[in-house]
Design a protein around this ligand. Structure first.
Ligand SMILES: C[S@@+](CC[C@H](N)C(=O)[O-])C[C@H]1O[C@@H](n2cnc3c(N)ncnc32)[C@H](O)[C@@H]1O
Length: 232
């Protein structure tokens, strides 16, 4: 297994209280995504990088016993949290699969909707994934994903600081997204039509200097905040 993939798995395996991190951010983002797609009883849903099932479990409740949801993730720790929640809620129409979302193989026209919340930036080839999801969807189906904008406190800002201040570049993580136009073009090139890109301000801000923790999420090879090393 390549070391990047191994690090992502270890990172998420270590986040044992994921739903409670940063207040209600994760459930709120998942709910925002879920509400953007009209889900009906009996539908078949795929949730890519399902994590703790924040999208998959409510989706399973929405499609009811005639429908079903498949959630895929490569972190056993996140899937364990999802399984505990599935048991607690009693939903039966959900299957959780441990797999790398870069290598999925479902039949054409299998799903009415495909979600990917807060995870598309981890995939190694986003255009190829979008094309694959397009094939997995039934005609008239929906794909919905979230990603931070270019102006978010996260990767793009950190990435440009790394380039400008430190003179180093960080790898592909969080790269090919960030503007309404980019998202629109990526979706259009994959074959999607009737595309809607919404900007949802989070109202959250972070200090660049003292914020070692968020560097960990951005580039797993950094230990702490590299700006501190450069500036001290
Ligand atoms: C920020 S969490 C989002 C989880 C969930 N979608 C949510 O919104 O709560 C990112 C998830 O992506 C998963 N992930 C990252 N790369 C993946 C890959 N290549 N295949 C499957 N899962 C992946 C991680 O294990 C983690 O659970």
């Amino acid at each position: 297994m390549d070391s990047y993939k191994q690090q992502v798995i270890e990172l998420y395996n270590s986040r044992t209280a994921y739903d409670q991190e940063e207040g209600t951010r994760h459930p709120r983002d998942a709910n925002f995504l879920l509400e953007s797609v009209p889900i009906e009883k009996g539908q078949k849903i795929l949730d890519i990088a399902t994590g703790t099932g924040l999208v998959a479990i409510p989706a399973a409740q929405k499609v009811g016993s005639e429908g079903y949801v498949i959630g895929v993730d490569m972190s056993v720790g996140m899937l364990h949290q999802a399984r505990l929640k599935v048991e607690a809620t009693g939903v039966k129409n959900i299957e959780l699969i441990e797999a790398d979302a870069n290598y999925l193989n479902f039949s054409e026209s299998s799903f009415d909707a495909i979600f990917c919340c807060e995870a598309i930036m981890f995939l190694s080839n986003i255009p190829a994934s979008l094309q694959t999801w397009y094939r997995f969807l039934k005609p008239g189906g929906f794909v919905a994903f979230t990603c931070p904008p270019e102006t978010a406190y996260m990767a793009p800002v950190y990435k440009s600081i790394c380039t400008k201040v430190l003179g180093i570049s960080i790898p592909h993580i969080h790269e090919p997204y960030g503007t309404t136009e980019k998202c629109h073009n990526l979706l259009e090139q994959a074959g999607f039509r009737n595309i809607e890109v919404k900007i949802e301000p989070s109202g959250r801000y972070r200090k660049l200097r003292g914020d070692g923790a968020s560097w960990k999420w951005i580039n797993l090879n950094f230990k702490g905040n590299p700006l501190l090393a450069k500036l001290s």
